[in-house]
Design a protein around this ligand. Structure first.
Ligand code: NAP
Length: 306
């Protein structure tokens, strides 16, 4: 069996070292390489949507394309990709996202900035409200949204989760009604995929539905938010702060107003990274399933776009 790695060259040594042992443990006899002189010989493609490979037509025998990324918007509409497409769901990615979301939610909840940057040495004796008095809304209740919602609920934040289909998650109020989800949210977290339906979901109209001074945390995708509407909402204090990890253009261009806005925090798409140690296990399990004729894990539904 031949597996080809079409992803970041800097990560190749980790996968090159991890995959052979895990494949052997699973009883799979496979060669893992970064080049395929004969595309017809390739059984599985390990893939990052940033890779130069965009034409999958020559890979006629390939049984699945296994993405190392959780977000697949760059590749999901590729007409040449007719093989099953699996996205990455991995414990390290989920844990990283939970830590980023909880850390930034607590920063805003506790008003930490006031004490960390205090050049005038001002004594600020104001106590923040308790978490149970700070409603949080999670836009997107998938793998990452549910994990973050649970972690915030465990700290007593009243969490409302919004998604396309109805959910039943103990301890979380769930809804498919967006205005209802936004009406009380003092902190909003966007963990949605980028699709035609979610693009500009947070726009002038929906930002106006939030309580005044609400905080936005966006580790989902840049296109979920209308940048111009967000900047206007920040300037009018309708939005108190936006902490953004993802952008329409990455790296965020040096002259983008987000860099200099006093109420925007930019993090450079680091909320959650795929860890090779966990990802390699997920890849091997999916290859094992493919060879055994079992359903793939984390299969992308192309009709939904995620
Ligand atoms: P997921 O399991 O596919 O969950 C997506 C969620 O979004 C689901 O709850 C889905 O609703 C909801 N959704 C999709 N379209 C919707 C719509 N039109 N209206 C309402 N809800 C909608 O994805 P995930 O693993 O949680 O990841 C979410 C996103 O995080 C990824 O797509 C990626 O863009 C981003 N991400 C960012 C980083 C980073 O480092 N910043 C890392 C990893 C992932 P249903 O449950 O009803 O289908």
């Amino acid at each position: 069996m031949l597996l080809i790695y079409f992803a970041a060259p800097r990560l190749w040594p980790e996968y090159r070292d991890l995959l052979p042992g895990l494949l052997a443990e699973a009883g799979l006899n496979a060669i893992v390489a970064t080049e395929a002189p004969d595309p017809v010989a390739v059984d599985y493609i390990i893939y990052a949507p940033s890779a130069p490979l965009q034409d999958f037509t020559p890979f006629t025998r390939c049984k699945a394309v296994l993405s190392l990324w959780a977000g697949v918007e760059r590749i999901v509409g590729n007409a040449t990709l007719t093989q099953p497409l699996c996205r990455m769901v991995e414990d390290g990615l989920t844990e990283g996202m939970v830590e980023w979301v909880v850390g930034h939610a607590l920063r805003h909840h506790l008003g930490m900035d006031r004490h960390i940057v205090n050049p005038g040495h001002v004594w600020h004796p104001t106590c923040p409200p308790l978490a149970r008095e700070r409603p949080v809304t999670m836009l997107g209740m998938g793998m990452l949204g549910v994990a973050c919602a649970r972690a915030l609920a465990a700290l007593n934040f009243p969490v409302t989760g919004w998604s396309r289909t109805t959910k039943d998650v103990p301890g979380i109020a769930t809804t498919t009604d967006l205005p209802k989800a936004l009406a009380r949210a003092q902190i909003v977290v966007t963990l949605l995929p980028k699709t035609p339906e979610t693009e500009n979901l947070l726009n002038a109209e929906t930002l106006a539905l939030l309580p005044r001074g609400a905080v936005i945390l966006n580790p989902g995708r840049g296109a979920l938010i209308d940048d111009t509407a967000l900047l206007a909402a920040l300037d009018s204090d309708q939005i108190g702060h936006a902490t953004l990890d993802v952008f329409r253009t990455e790296p965020l261009p040096p002259d983008h107003p987000f860099w200099s806005h006093p109420n925007v925090t930019v993090t450079p798409h680091i909320a959650a990274d795929t860890r090779a140690s966990g990802a390699a296990r997920v890849l091997v399990e999916n290859i094992r399933r493919g060879e055994a004729g079992e359903p793939f894990l984390n299969l992308v539904d192309r009709s939904r776009g995620y």
